[in-house]
Design a protein around this ligand. Structure first.
Ligand code: GFB
Length: 324
């Protein structure tokens, strides 16, 4: 089938729209694209509500980007996903449908859609390869979000098949880093534990409560690594298979908590609230396809937690570094 793909896709001198530039992923992409010689386009929510088709189409028609990265999404941790299902399915379906369709109409040369590792079946064999998509039931705590993200992959594949659009999809594993959400009711586990454990250290508390059993395993990718992989694949990938992006290793929630405690300097105990959900037991991505293309993650988990902790203290707690 015919596609408009050029390989490698040049970014220099191009207009690249990062949809969702204020989020953790979007802001990492804006930082990473700064060295590519392209013009980065952004639109705040007051300018374009991405859930409104007419607003998205008018903006795309006026700005005419050459490339689009769909980093805008309604995201959250296990509790937010399971308690706000309508927002997670509606907002995400609307955002991706509006952007993908408007991109085709405006003749965008390349589009990169960001999905999530929760699109795969709950009991997929590990590590999870890309062909596990739609082979079994989803994890119930985040099926609304997962269904929307699966629809995003299918949109890219359908527009490629019918119109020859060079629209690609990446499936990142659990992300963390500067700009993350540290609110305990809506955040993912890594920022939640950083905030809880740092508070326990500051207040001299003896225990920190973790949700669930501590036994689920998760893979964590620093958002700057994701931004680097995204730019690499924008330039070098034009297939219709959604590509996994991860580190290739995972840890239990208990081990994650112990590592964060070491970084933060907390010496107390962890207690487990088993009334809270564990979610999927494991979702380690197989990153073989990505490695074969020539990209691997660089930021180790301890190093990433250290820099994210420093960012949290400076930007969320607004502490002044010692000696300044
Ligand atoms: O990151 P997280 O909220 O979501 O939780 P998922 C991961 C694991 O950490 C679960 C445990 O087993 C939680 O029970 N956990 C322990 C905690 N303590 C805490 C805590 O204080 N806060 C949180 N949030 N978790 C998300 C999906 O699944 O993964 C999204 O809901 C998305 O849709 C994202 O796909 C990448 O890893 O289970």
């Amino acid at each position: 089938m015919a596609t408009t793909a050029e390989a490698p896709f040049r970014l220099e001198g191009r207009r690249v729209w990062v949809a969702g530039h204020r989020g953790m992923v979007g802001s990492a992409l804006v930082r990473r694209l700064a060295s590519e010689g392209c013009t980065v386009l952004t639109a705040g929510r007051a300018q374009v509500d991405l859930r409104r088709q007419a607003e998205v189409e008018a903006w795309m028609e006026a700005e005419r980007p050459d490339a689009v990265i769909v980093a805008a999404a309604k995201v959250g941790g296990i509790l937010a996903n399971s308690t706000r299902p309508a927002e997670f399915i509606y907002d995400n379906l609307a955002i991706e449908t509006n952007i993908v369709h408007a991109a085709q109409q405006a003749g965008v040369a390349k589009l990169l859609f960001l999905g999530s590792s929760c699109i795969y079946p709950r009991m997929a064999s590990q590590p999870i390869t890309e062909d596990a998509l739609l082979t079994g039931p989803l994890e119930p705590t985040n099926e609304w979000y997962a269904i929307a993200k699966i629809a995003g992959i299918k949109l890219c594949q359908a527009y490629r098949r019918q119109y020859g659009c060079d629209f690609i999809s990446l499936m990142p594993t659990n992300l963390y880093g500067p700009g993350d959400n540290f609110d305990l009711t809506s955040s993912h586990v890594l920022p939640a534990l950083l905030a809880k454990i740092d508070r326990a250290r500051r207040e001299g508390l003896g225990t920190v409560e973790l949700w669930g059993s501590g036994r689920p395993r998760r893979e964590f990718l620093h958002v700057d690594d994701l931004a680097d992989a995204s730019v690499f694949l924008l330039q070098n990938y034009s297939g219709d298979v959604p590509l996994n992006v991860g580190t290739g290793t995972d840890v239990t929630i208990r081990v994650l908590a112990e590592l964060i405690a070491e970084v933060v300097g907390f010496e107390g105990e962890f207690v487990y609230d088993t009334s809270k959900p564990d979610g999927t037991p494991r979702k380690l991505l197989d990153v073989g396809r990505l490695s074969a293309l020539g990209w691997t993650a660089r930021i180790g988990l301890r190093e990433g937690i250290e820099s994210t902790h420093a960012w949290y203290r400076a930007n969320v707690l607004q502490e002044t570094p010692a000696g300044s």
